[in-house]
Design a protein around this ligand. Sequence first.
Ligand code: NAD
Length: 329
Amino acid sequence: MRLLFYAAKVYDKKSFDPVIENDPDVEIDYIEHELEPRTAALAAGYDAICAFVSADVGAKTLEILKENGVNIVLMRCAGYNNVDVEKAKELGITVKIVPGYSPEAVAELAMGLALAVNRRLYKAYNKVRENDYSLRGLRGVNFYQKTAGIVGTGRIGAAMCRICNGFGMKVIAYDMYHNPALADFVEYVELDELFARSDLISLHCPLLESTYHMINLENIKKMKDDVILVNTSRGALVDTDQLIEGIRLNKFLGVGLDVYEEETGNVYEDRSDEIMAHSVTARLLSFPNVMITSHQGFYTKEALEAIAETTIGNLRDAAEGKRSNNDVA
Ligand code: NAD
């Protein structure tokens, strides 16, 4: 089986090569190009392609893959909002994802961002490096006995609930499905109640039509003053322009974002020499209470190993026509 691996980074090769080391049936070619309509034809002659969060796996890309004989799309991530699932089904292309490779990797980053914005760790680090030992601008709040509101209690949300519980927080959550594993310490409430009661709000639901821009000015106004908002799920859950308005209204003690609407052109690129003409991200970063990371929730040793194992397992399953819970098309 020949797999073309798009948008490959050095760390991808490091985690995937050991998994196929003793398998003469699987051959991977790694390329730096992102998967999009312009690059889809490069997959001619391959059995499968592997893509990540910033790929454009829309209708056009899928049509070109199909024309070139590719019938297997392996997403090496949990979210698949960038895949036109209906089109894939129509074309008979199998699409498999890696659900829940390491929920703790993402949840731990979510708590890391919450702590960092609360105690302004990014500022504190730079201040001390500059010989400035004053505490101005660094005051935070205790998380102990505060209320954490978790939106979406699937794999990652559940891990975040456990972390918040460990911090001695009261944990409330919103999800259409109540996770029985959390029954002992999580109180499920309606979304508006979660907005109204939470000191820390962390988003862990998928990006769907129904969740697009769920954090907008109307909902921000329902939140407590001095709330902390963390998004490690998908950027478009938050309406960035309205978030900026909310920040200007002084609603937030802190905002920590591992994902944001503008990220697609940025993710995993070094653009430090470029002048950004119209950057909402730059505007967000002008606020002292905002910290942004570049979609690194998945980036731990354990998560990368699990992603590689599952993706290659998905390839073998797809080649044998086996369906599993990892199939989305
Ligand atoms: P999951 O499928 O296990 O859980 C998602 C939960 O969201 C489910 O319980 C579902 O019922 C719930 N949900 C659906 N619609 C909802 C709504 N409108 N309101 C509230 N809850 C809703 O998924 P997961 O593995 O926990 O991943 C969650 C998201 O995290 C993924 O969709 C992905 O976008 C994101 N993610 C980010 C990174 C990163 O590196 N930052 C890594 C992996 C996943």
